[in-house]
Design a protein around this ligand. Sequence first.
Ligand code: PEP
Ligand code: MG
Length: 323
Amino acid sequence: EQERLRSLADLPAVTLDGVTVELAANIGTPQEAAGLLAKGAEAVGLYRTEFLFMGTGAMPSEEEQYRAYREAAAAMQGHAVVIRTLDIGGDKELPYLDLPKEMNPFLGYRAIRLCLDRRELLLTQLRAMIRAGAHGTVKIMFPMISGMEEWRAAKELYEEARTQLAAEGAEIPAFMEVGVMIEVPSAALLADRLAREVDFFSIGTNDLVQYTVAVDRMNEKVAYLYDYFHPAVIGLIKTVIDAAARHGKWTGMCGSMAGDPSAAPLLLGLGLNEWSMASGSLHRVKAAVRGLNQTQCKAFAAKLLELDTAAEIRQALANFQQS
Ligand code: PEP
Ligand code: MG
């Protein structure tokens, strides 16, 4: 069995009826990018940059960040690397930022909210990412976007970073894709408007579930309610993928649902384009995708969307048989 899974690394993630999806990996350090192509990942779908900021007693300089992002981009040899801007706050602290204690940190001063308030921090990070883009295919992604203002403010800062670098004569790519994570329900509900302006979406189910069902993802007392098969979550995922498709944009998923092979018939049926997961899940998800027929999965997904509970959806997925 292990042998069979390993030999899958070189095969494409293509369905029985010839639909190709992109399987990508989540990383937290540039070193993790090194072995990914050999493991069958075609891209990095989420590079969490928090570790770069958490490992030290001070803010990493533009140069340090540039070196880290460039290393990841180079390791992927032209394959895409989606780098997420700093997602600090919530459960992750940075001593040197001197963040105030909050009653509801997950609803508070976090991620893009903090970065748009501390513009220099975000501008420095964006400059490092854009410079790294000259050494591979870097895509930039903003976390925790809740509406159009935040997206536009972040995009404007990206443009400002480009203008600065160009004026300095730095080597920068002519074009980079810039997208947003969809992990706040308001963003999912505005997906049609966001899709006009962004280059891509990546659905963060870890937070999207927490915010949609109002369940603290760290609280064990209410963990039984935390489920990405919740029908409301599935409905939002469909909304997002459909909106992107209408505007010719692609949708990825980088939350843990993407790494669950039992979710594959549903996600394939909804039309998800890119699946990004812990590298240990790549083989199992690829095996699942290669055994599926998208036309049948579409019909099946339409039926799943009518079910009333997460338990029913899970059960239907477990019983799913292709003809
Ligand atoms: C998510 O929320 O699904 C996600 C991928 O981001 P993180 O787990 O880093 O919050
Ligand atoms: Mg998240």
